[in-house]
Design a protein around this ligand. Structure first.
Ligand code: SF4
Length: 86
């Protein structure tokens, strides 16, 4: 079975096994900022989630975020303290 690199926010880059840089590395401001509210937040989260759609580690990413209580957009979902909100 092929291995994948599960993203960790502390690392400078996230790559899949083919060495492609994942969308969240290119636009971290879309995935982890919680300073916005209302429509701006909704637009940001939708944009980030759309970028996750083609990510090769999408399922592993969401599972990791839930397991380790992360905040942000992971695997195309908004996660707060490890709970999937949308
Ligand atoms: S699913 Fe989204 S947040 Fe997770 S590694 Fe891929 S692009 Fe990044």
């Amino acid at each position: 079975m092929a291995s994948v690199v599960v993203p960790r926010r502390a690392l400078p880059t996230f790559m899949d096994e083919a060495g492609r840089v994942l969308a969240c590395t290119q636009r971290p401001d879309l995935f982890v900022s919680f300073n916005d509210r209302g429509n701006a937040r909704t637009r940001r989260v939708r944009h980030a989630a759309a970028l996750c759609e083609d990510c090769p580690v999408k399922a592993a990413c969401l599972a990791w975020a839930v397991k380790y209580g992360q905040d942000g957009v992971f695997g195309g979902k908004l996660v707060s303290r490890g709970r999937v909100l949308q």
